[in-house]
Design a protein around this ligand. Sequence first.
Ligand code: PEP
Ligand code: MG
Length: 759
Amino acid sequence: MATVVWLEEVGKDDIPVVGGKGASLGEMINIGVPVPGGFAVTAQAFRDFLDRSGIATKLFESLDVDVNNNKELARAEAEAKEIVLSTRVPVDIEKAVKSRYQELCEREGEEVFVAVRSSATAEDLPDASFAGQQETFLNVRGADAVFEAVRKCWASLYGARAIFYRVEQGFEHDKVNLSAIVQKMVDSEKSGVMFSSHPSTGEPQVIIEGAWGLGEMVVSGSVSPDNYVVDRARKEIIDRRIAIKEIMAVRDLKTGDTVINPVPKDRKEAVVLKDSEILSLTNYAEVLEKHYGIPQDIEWGIEDNKIYILQSRPITTINNKKAARKPASSEVGDKKVLVSGLGASPGVATGAVRIVTGTRDLDKVTKGDIMVTVMTMPDMVPAMRRAGAIVTDEGGMTCHAAIVSRELGCPAVVGTKNATKVLKEGEMVTADGGRGKVYQGAVARAAAPAAAAVAVGAAPYRPITATEVKVNVSMPEAAEQAAATGADGVGLLRLEHLILGLGKTPSYFIKNGLTEEYVEELVKGIRVVADAFYPRPVWVRTLDAPTDEFRGMEGGDDEPFEHNPMLGWRGIRRDLTDTDHFRLEISAFKRLHEAGLTNVGIMLPLVQHVSELRKAKEIMVEEGLDLETIDVGIMVETPGAALTIEEFIEEGLDFVSFGTNDLTQYTLAVDRNNENVAKLYTELHPAVLKLIEYVVEECREAGVKTSICGQAGSYPEMAKRLVEIGITSISANIDAVAVVRETVARSELKMMLDALRER
Ligand code: PEP
Ligand code: MG
C-alpha cells in the first residue's frame, strides 16, 4: 500500500485509503472541478507507523478513560499525543512525505505554502464522518515543516474532543485511522461557501455566501457574508443581500501566517462577487450535485480571478419533505432567522430550546441543548457547561454570559431582546455565535466546532514579544487550557465566578461561622490557576460582583436592593465596608504565598480614589501580608482613577490594569449590559483612548507596570495601539491569545523598522 498518493490518483471509492475528505478532493479533480493540487499521506501509512514503531498497544491503552471526567480526558489526550509525537517515524515514510512535497513544489514552480488537513476514516465504517474532530494546519512551507504538520495531524486524532466523540458514537479507537491531506494553499481574495440546493427546502436554488479574504471567517461564522440566491432553472440571480463585512483573514506573504485585519473602508459594504463569478460558482455547484446525486455544501475561494473549489460534502439537513413542498415565505436567504443579537462567542450549534427562568429550570438543560434565558447568572454555570449554545435577551459583549461562554468555548448570542419570548420550549434551532443569529431548525454546518474560530489564530509557531501577552481566566477549570496558550501569565483571575459558584453569599459564610470553609475554597480555586502558571504571575482580582448577582444564592435575601448595581456596592467599595470579607480574601492570599505560590498578585477593582488603595494596603499589612514580596495593583476602570493616577503612583503600587469594560461604560455613560445602547459602546472612543494613554505615560515614567484585562485587549486593533503607546502587557481571552500575540509581534517589528528607517 502506497505511503503517499496524488489527489488525482484517488476517487470516491478510496475513503479507506485517504478518508472522506481526500476521496472527495480526488473525485472532484477527476470530474474537472478546479481543486488546488496536492497529495495525501495515506491512512495505511499512519497505521504502518503505529504498528512498526510498536506503540499501538500503549497508545490505545492510554485512551481507556472515563470521557465524562474532564481531568481523565485531558490526561489521556496529553499522554496519547505525547506517545505519537515523541515516537520516531520510520525513515521510509518520512522520506516519502518529504520528497512528495518537493515534487509538488516542482509542479507548482515554487516552494508552496500548503494546508495539511486531517481526513479520518473508520476501518469498518468508511462512511462515518469525523468532520471537525481533528486539526488542520494552514500556511505550512518547507519539507520539514510539512512532515511535522503531518505528525501533528496524526496526534490530533487523540485530541480530547476526538476521543470523546468516538466513545460517544461507539467507535473503537484502534479502528479509526487518519490520512493527512497536503494541499496547496489558495490565497483567496474572496471566499465563502455555497449550497447547490436550498439547504432546508431542497429547492433548485444555489445559495452562495461570500466575504473578503480567506475562507476561515465565513466558515467559522466570524463575519457576516454577502448572500446571493440563484434560480438554477432560469440561471438568474434572484436575491442579493450585501452585508457589512468588518474583518477579513489574509495571508502574510512573507511568513505565511493568517492575520485578521479590518476590512478597508471602501470594501466594507461593497459587493463581493461579480455576476459572472456567481454564475460560474453556480455551474460548479450543479456539476457537483449532479455527479454525487445529492445536494452539496461547498467551500470555494477566488485567487487572481480564478475560482477554486476547496471542499464539497453532502448537505445533511434536507430531509423535511413537508418543508420542501411549502417553503416559509419569511425565510431570509437559506434560513429563517428567529432572533438576532450580538455574536458574543463564536461557533454554531443545533439543539432543542430550553428556556431557563431561574435555578429551578437548570436541570432541564441537558447536553447540547440551546439554553435560552433573560441573562445568565453565576449559579447557572453548571447548566452552561452542558449547553450546546447560550442565547440571552439582555447583555453586551462583556456581560456574564459572553465572558463565561467564551471561556467554555460555547457559542453564544446575547442581547436578542426577546429570545425567551420568541423561541419555544423544545423547538429545534441553530444558534450561530459568530453571526449573532438563531435560525429555525438544523442548518448545514451546524456541527462546525467553535474551535474553528480559534484555529485561525492557532498558528503553529509562537513569536516572542517584548510586550507580554497574558490571558484572562474566570473559572479554575479553564486553567490548563489557558496555560496551554503559552501566555506570559494571568492578567485577570476573576474571583467572583469562583465565589458565586459556591452557591452561598460571602456574608452567609461569615454569619454562619463557615469562614474556614470559605477561605479554603478560595485557596483551592486560586491554587489551580497559580499552579498551572507558576512561576508566571497570576493577578487575582478581589471580589467584584454587583449585588443583584448574589440575590439567587443562599443568603442572597440579605443583599441590599440597588437602583443601579453597576454603580453600586461592588469591588473595592464592598471590600472596604465589608472588611470581614476582605480580610478573609487576604488570608487566602497569605496562605497561597506561604505555600510557595509567590506568583499570586492582588488586583483591586473599581478603585476611584487613592484613599481606597491606601486603606486596602493598611488592611493587608494588618493581616500580615508582606507588601515587599507580593504584587499589588489596581484596575483602572473609572475615569476618576485614570485622571488622578499620579496620586496612586505616589501612594505606591506595582501595576495598573485597564478594565476597559467598565472604563468604557463609565466614560461614555453607556451601560455595558444594555442591548438598546450596545451600538454606542466602543472601547476605541477617543476619550477612552486618551485616558489610557495618559495613564500609560505617567506609569511608564514612574516604572509602574501597565496592562489591560478588559475585552478590548482581545481586539487586534486595540492591541496594536496599546503596543504603540508602550503598555507593558496585554491580557486576552483564551481564544484570542494567539491572534493578539501575533498582532503584538507584528506591531513591535513595525515600530522597530520605522525607528531604523528614521535614523
Ligand atoms: C473590566 O471592567 O474591563 C473588567 C475586566 O472587569 P469586569 O468585566 O469583570 O467588570
Ligand atoms: Mg470591571
